[in-house]
Design a protein around this ligand. Structure first.
Ligand SMILES: C[S@@+](CC[C@H](N)C(=O)[O-])C[C@H]1O[C@@H](n2cnc3c(N)ncnc32)[C@H](O)[C@@H]1O
Length: 484
């Protein structure tokens, strides 16, 4: 059946109307409608040849109409809180097959909360694009607290729909719901990934490195979950499913060589330090203590004093802490003493793990910089080599994919830094440590050469060939883009 019926036009018009006049309300309910190609991709993988399908947040029925073209109108079921959208969805289905009475369609497509509406029912497939809502806006979408049980406060509504869908699908059935890319690794989506692993497995995966929904920058993915299939993916992270789509090389690291946390203490600072420091920061204060922000940290390089930066909403050329005044004030005196030791400073996020050594223990970190303090001073350069090692970065980029501001950025918390594995080949590691030190002491040109060499040596330290694609991937990413 061709598109372009009156009801389809009504759906188009309704969406234009939504786009033009009710953008705010759409944001509040999380409604951004799904492109036809993505609907097709999902249905190709999810639909049985005969059987029933549910879209629990059906909107104007993009998934329902496409599914009804394949399975017939009687096979499709939907719910949505938006009464106008439901009316249009029903009308489109009725036009697709006028032999199905409107009263029947109205029983299949209902105005209801998709998280509670289908209690006791099961379907061969549950598909769709449920709302994405963070914690703050959730109330307005009227979802039941019942279905949030066991989930973190920040678990996205779309992930709650995913977990609920697992209850609504028959054994061997398929759940394919559009999700924000954060479902891959976000800690609060962990219980949902575990629920998927308990009930089935992700058998197909769609993702993009570009937003596909008009009006929202959110990147999305579709894990296709088959109930009863055997999981092949670690529920701690689905990042490995998406990594190839983002050009991240696949690596397997040794699991028995110890971790960064064995050699060092990794610590993040928070708002107390951020706000506590603000009154003591001056620009270019003679004898002041450098305050190093994320933006100033590059691999084996601090650009403090040579590049401008922002701190507490102000621009600085060389943000410096008046340590004497800070100590006299008292509140952060102990903190400053603890931080003013030899350490590595790691940027909050970057294109690679960006870390620099503060050999003299003379710099203070600015939130969200993480401090890595070696138990033994001699481990400073070896630890820098680990954080700059391409296989470690590929591992972190895969495992924590989607947690950064942009999916291309690598964001690793203090806890995650501590869990990074150490290399197996001690000889190569020593050489990597020597190169890391040389890189930090060198000028810009020589530093690039040392880091290029380090990439190969540390790739070998993790048991891969020195010319493995991971080394080249890291070299390409670690260079600051022109003008940045
Ligand atoms: C992102 S839109 C997707 C609509 C449709 N799946 C599509 O692809 O065109 C999300 C829809 O969820 C609806 N919605 C929000 N909260 C809901 C809830 N608790 N139950 C059912 N629908 C809900 C919104 O009204 C909106 O139509």
């Amino acid at each position: 059946m061709a598109r372009g019926t009156e009801a389809d036009e009504a759906a188009d018009a309704y969406e234009r109307h939504l786009a033009a006049r009710e953008r705010d309300r759409r944001r509040a309910q999380g409604s951004f409608y799904t492109p036809a190609e993505l609907v097709g991709w999902v249905l190709d993988r999810a639909l049985p040849t005969t059987g029933t399908v549910l879209d629990p947040a059906c909107g104007t029925g993009h998934f329902l109409v496409a599914a009804a073209r394949r399975l017939g109108v009687r096979a499709v079921h939907g719910s949505d809180l938006d009464i106008d959208a439901v009316r249009i969805a029903r009308q489109r289905l009725h036009e697709l097959d006028p032999s199905v009475p409107m009263a029947t369609i109205a029983q299949q497509v209902v105005v209801a909360d998709g998280l509670v509406a289908w209690e006791g029912r099961t379907f061969d497939a549950v598909v769709g694009n449920p709302p994405f809502l963070g914690q703050l806006r959730r109330r307005s979408a009227g979802q039941s607290e019942e279905h949030r049980r066991g989930l973190g406060a920040y678990t996205d509504t779309s992930a709650v729909f995913l977990r609920r869908a697992l209850d609504l699908v028959v054994p061997g059935g398929v759940v394919a719901l559009v999700q924000p890319i954060s479902v891959l690794a976000a800690r609060d989506a962990g219980p949902v990934r575990t629920a998927v692993a308990e009930r089935g497995a992700v058998t197909d995966f769609w993702c993009t490195d570009r937003p596909v929904f008009d009006g929202t920058p959110v990147l999305t993915c579709v894990p296709v979950v088959r109930a009863g299939a055997t999981p092949a993916t670690d529920p701690d992270s689905w990042g490995a499913l998406a990594a190839p789509g983002f050009g991240i090389p696949a690596v397997t690291l040794p699991g028995d060589t110890g971790t960064v946390g064995d050699l060092a203490t990794c610590t993040a600072d928070f708002r107390d330090q951020y706000y506590g420091l603000a009154p003591f920061v001056r620009d270019g204060l003679p004898g002041g203590t450098p305050l190093v922000t994320t933006g100033l940290i590059d691999p084996a390089e601090s650009r403090w004093g040579s590049a401008p930066t922002r701190f507490a909403r102000q621009q600085y050329d060389a943000p410096s802490v008046d340590l004497a005044a800070l100590r006299a004030d008292g509140a952060l005196a102990g903190w400053a003493t603890a931080r003013l030791v030899p350490k590595l400073l790691v940027a909050g996020q970057g294109r690679v793990i960006e870390a620099v050594a503060d050999e003299a223990g003379a710099w203070l970190p600015s939130v969200p910089v993480v401090s890595v303090v070696p138990h033994n001073r001699a481990d400073l350069w070896p630890l820098l080599a680990v954080l700059l090692a391409p296989p470690v970065v590929a591992h972190a980029a895969t495992r924590y994919l989607g947690t950064g501001l942009t999916p291309g950025s690598v964001k690793v918390s203090a806890r995650q830094l501590a869990a990074l594995p150490l290399p197996a080949d001690g000889g190569a590691w020593d050489e990597g440590a020597r190169l890391a030190e040389a890189a930090q002491r060198a000028d810009a040109t020589a530093r690039t050469a040392y880091l290029g060499e380090l990439a190969g040596v540390m790739t070998a330290a993790y048991g891969l060939p020195a010319d493995h694609e991971t080394a080249q991937w890291w070299r390409g990413r670690q260079q600051r883009p022109p003008g940045a």
